[in-house]
Ligand binder design. Structure first.
Ligand code: G3H
Ligand code: 13P
Ligand code: ZN
Length: 311
């Protein structure tokens, strides 16, 4: 099976009351860890590449690694551009083998967001590629764009029909209280998501797939391990997994996870290096890192997303 778009996987996810995991990939071990978990669980997958990942690993290397994963697993896998910053980057990914792109115009004035999103949709659809748009801004860092807490804004449900109709997007990322990175809430702050906004959005867009960014749960075990083995991370709070499970049963069809993978990988490498200080073969510490990624993704697929057996 070649790379697929998200069209069919979102239709099944919406109807089945589960979500597909969209995991950020930056190198071979991350791709292998994620796809090994999905293969064992027969789960559909979205592997997503940010502007930063393309700069780090090179577009062609990432496409070829993901194509290798498709060949090795036989799973339905979509290759997605995460937070496309402009038309040119989206075009380069559409021309270069991606099956899905996100154009992130969420920090632009509304009409400018519509204009750039519509332009990307026209080009993408002419090439058989699907498009994710975004309305509302998340706090945290989206590639080079840092959004201060006070400037983050929830999606306004009364804009979504107009946005989707005028742009033609295939899915929509909304802001309901998630944010990027490991520090989503201040110490002492109670994590909360605006399920009322999600419900209102899905009433206005029946059957339409919604995307949640910034959905890592920042599993404390990994932060503790990082700190136990020489790290110095302040207390971090993520999105409680029961909230993500609930969102997955609603209109949310795609849940983005990056920070949890970073934490799992870094914790495994720190532990390995602390316990084997004389080792210097990268394969020795990247192997447990890859296994940690596989464990994390297995947990997400089974306990959070509910997409095991749905490939
Ligand atoms: O939303 C951002 C993703 O976690 C990707 O992060 O831009 O550092 O690759 P990055
Ligand atoms: P996290 O930082 O919560 O993992 O979010 C990742 C994300 O939204 C990628 O687009
Ligand atoms: Zn994101």
């Amino acid at each position: 099976m070649p790379l697929v778009t998200t069209k069919e996987m979102f239709k099944k996810a919406y109807e089945g009351g589960y979500a597909v995991g969209a995991f950020n990939v930056n190198n071979m071990e991350i791709i292998q860890g994620i796809t090994e978990a999905a293969k064992k669980l027969n789960a559909p997958l979205i592997l997503q590449v940010s502007k930063g990942a393309r700069a780090y690993a090179n577009h062609t290397y990432l496409v070829k690694l993901v194509e290798a994963a498709v060949e090795e697993t036989g799973l339905p896998i979509a290759l997605h551009l995460d937070h496309g910053p402009d038309f040119e980057t989206c075009k380069a990914c559409i021309d270069g083998g991606f099956t899905s792109v996100m154009i992130d115009g969420s920090s632009l004035p509304y009409e400018e967001n519509i204009a750039v999103t519509k332009k990307v949709v026209e080009y993408a659809h002419a090439h058989g590629v699907v498009v994710e748009g975004e309305l509302g801004t998340l706090a945290g860092v989206e590639d080079d764009v840092a959004v201060e807490d006070g400037n983050a804004s929830y999606t306004q449900p009364d804009q979504v029909e107009d946005f989707v109709t005028r742009t033609g997007v295939d899915s929509l990322a909304i802001a309901i209280g998630t944010s990027h990175g490991a520090y989503k809430f201040k110490p002492g702050q109670k994590p909360q998501l605006r399920f009322d906004i999600l419900e209102e959005v899905s009433k206005r867009l029946p059957g339409f797939p919604i995307v949640l960014h910034g959905a890592s749960s920042v599993v404390p075990e990994f932060v503790e391990k990082i700190n136990k083995f020489g790290g110095d991370m302040p207390d971090a709070i993520g999105i409680p997994e029961e909230m993500l499970r609930k969102a997955a049963t609603m209109a949310v069809c795609k849940i983005n996870i990056d920070s949890d993978l970073r934490l799992a990988m870094t914790a495994a490498i720190r532990e390995y290096m602390a316990e084997n200080p004389s080792h210097f073969d990268p394969r020795q510490y990247l192997k447990p890192a890859r296994t940690a990624i596989e464990g994390m993704v297995t947990h997400k697929i089974v306990d959070v997303l509910g997409c095991d057996g749905k490939a």
